[in-house]
Design a protein around this ligand. Sequence first.
Ligand code: NDP
Length: 434
Amino acid sequence: ERRNPGQTEFHQAVREFAESVMPYVLENPKYEKAQILERMTEPDRVIIFRVTWEDDEGNVRVNRAWRVQFNNSIGPYKGGLRFHPEVTLDTLKFLGFEQTFKNSLTGLPMGGAKGGANFNPKGKSDREVMRFCQSLMTELNRHIGEDTDVPAGDIGVGSREISFLFGQYKRLQNRFVGALTGKGIAFGGSLIRTEATGYGCVYFCENMLNHVGDSVQGKTCVVSGSGNVATYAVEKATQLGAKAVAMSDSSGFIHDPDGIDAEKLAFIQELKQVKRGRISEYVVQFPHATYHSGERPWTIPCDLAFPCATQNELNLSEANVLMRNGVKAVSEGANMPTELDAVHAFLQAKVMFAPAKAANAGGVAVSGLEQSQNSLRMAWSREEVDKRLQGIMHDIHSKCVQHGVENGFVNYVKGANLAGFIKVADAMCAYGIV
Ligand code: NDP
């Protein structure tokens, strides 16, 4: 804490990781001798830069942007860009740190990074977003590349933003290479990338339930958020025979006891992604549903909870409510959505709990597959990519079980942290003191 004062989210992420990994490090002196945890918690480098752009009224606007290149021991840096007014270096360090071990878990050769800007895309015109993205890339392009660092989307950065960013990268570099992922299908994107994080999160949950002889089918689900991850988590859960009864945004949540079927989900997608509206408008279209302003959805009884919005959106008292209502499994679609004491409570009560590092790794995994397709100059079919995604989520589940079993109960937090750690740590040790 003395080294990184005030970086509470970064501390939280490191603490959760260290709780799992410390005992293992102490049992294996080679890691302790190499000061491996001290080295892992210091990013390779952080780039901070100004982004100046002009709004539609001709005013000059200034934002701050970062790229945290955390660790490239097992592959080129890889991780999303987040545009949100509350983005800070603290947030991006926690995300970059987590990304390193998540990417390791996928089994693909990817290092960890994260970036973004304190830019608020809400209420901005397409042209303003374009000018912002072009200005940001004018600096960022010199720090990234297909073998160096490959950014993707995250909160506030979807296909519109990736397209503007890639267009500018290509123009500045005069090279058409896979330096960004999440691209449009017409220009090097991969099928299933958009769906991958939400789908993967549900696949992981299905693996956890299968492991104890159960399945997603017939379960009631509550999903927070209504962005990229949340939407496709609802789609896949519904396809597997579950019923999603609640979704949210940063203003409140909707409860639809009949279930958010494919048609209602299409309405939400259009509302959030095209019209950039609020989830509250759902009840205008579907009046039997209710809207709860300023609240989070965790009071709604469910079998499966999928926090898919943002960090620290599920606290201890909400975890207790979920458990009182009989929740069977929690699968994190967002990064670090569950506060640490709530994680402890789920584990103590032996609720199946899938941490983000494992449960939402499907997104970056398909980004890795997008890189492979770009390098091969090929495009795989939807079925091919989906099959690989399912295989990767299955493998991650197996690794978590291998490293996480404690008296018959799988502690997925420990399993994911240890499995992610060992690969990165062994690579760092092999490189010597660098
Ligand atoms: P989107 O921008 O598409 O959606 C974000 C959703 O979360 C929106 O519904 C938004 O509501 C809500 N939200 C954002 N900030 C807050 C907040 N402070 N409080 C409450 N709700 C909030 O982002 P994604 O779906 O891509 O990302 C969601 C989470 O998943 C993030 O934690 C991200 O890091 C993680 N993730 C995403 C991956 C991806 O492939 N996209 C990969 C792995 C992890 P509103 O509309 O009101 O802003």
